[in-house]
Structures are given as structure tokens and as C-alpha cells.
Design a binder for this molecule. Sequence first.
Ligand code: SAM
Length: 117
Amino acid sequence: MGAGLGGLCALVAERSQLALPRLVAEGFVTDAAFMDGSHVFHNVFVDLYFLRELVRPGGLVVLDDCHWPSVATAVRYFELNTGWELQQASRATRLRAFRLPDPRTEPSFESFTPFQV
Ligand SMILES: C[S@@+](CC[C@H](N)C(=O)[O-])C[C@H]1O[C@@H](n2cnc3c(N)ncnc32)[C@H](O)[C@@H]1O
């Protein structure tokens, strides 16, 4: 996992599911994140959970390989339940960019929307 820190680039040789929560605990905030890690559903879901905390409201999360059901299903939860908005691409690409809502809102468990693609 790589992280841009203060204009520098740092390589974190660790599973992102362990490194991202540490960045959250350290108070790291970023305008945008690009994710291209494990494509196992539960790993993608955990990565997106922590990116939702690391990326500032109104910022962007960009994912590669969204044509894989495991990746597409994980991000669908955040679209349907937390207000992430798919951004239109100007040309065909396998990347998908999502804008996070501003302000960040916390969904109620009572308004849960099932998210299978
Ligand atoms: C499926 S590959 C990405 C392929 C790329 N999209 C392409 O088209 O070539 C996933 C990458 O994430 C790394 N990776 C796998 N599991 C990871 C994890 N738990 N945390 C961080 N990186 C991981 C792998 O080492 C690999 O470099």
C-alpha cells in the first residue's frame, strides 16, 4: 500500500486492511484515494470502510477493476447506503470514481438498502 504524506510518497509494506485503520487513528485525511488492492469482497469492503473515514467529505475514491462482482458489490453498498455518487467518465475505462457526500452522513440501520449488484 502507498500513501501520499505531506507531498511525499511513502510505501507501507502491509495489508491495506491493517494500514488504513492506523492512518485513521493517526488523523490522516486526504482529498482523494486510488484503490487497487485485494479483490476479495471482505477486503474491498474493509478498505472502503476506512477510505470513507480517510477521504474528506466531497472528496473522491477511485477504484480499479470494478467489473469484478466482488469489487462492484462492495462499492455498491457505499453508493446505496452512504451517498457515494458515481462520476461520469469522459471515455471508456475500467476505473470508477465516486464522490463522497458533503457533509458526511451516517445512515440509520433502519434505512438499510440491500446492495447486491
Ligand atoms: C489484482 S492486483 C491488481 C491488478 C491491477 N488492477 C492490474 O490490472 O494489473 C491486486 C494488487 O493488490 C495487492 N494486494 C493483494 N492483497 C492485498 C492486501 N490485502 N492489501 C494490500 N494490497 C494487496 C497485490 O499484491 C496486487 O499488487
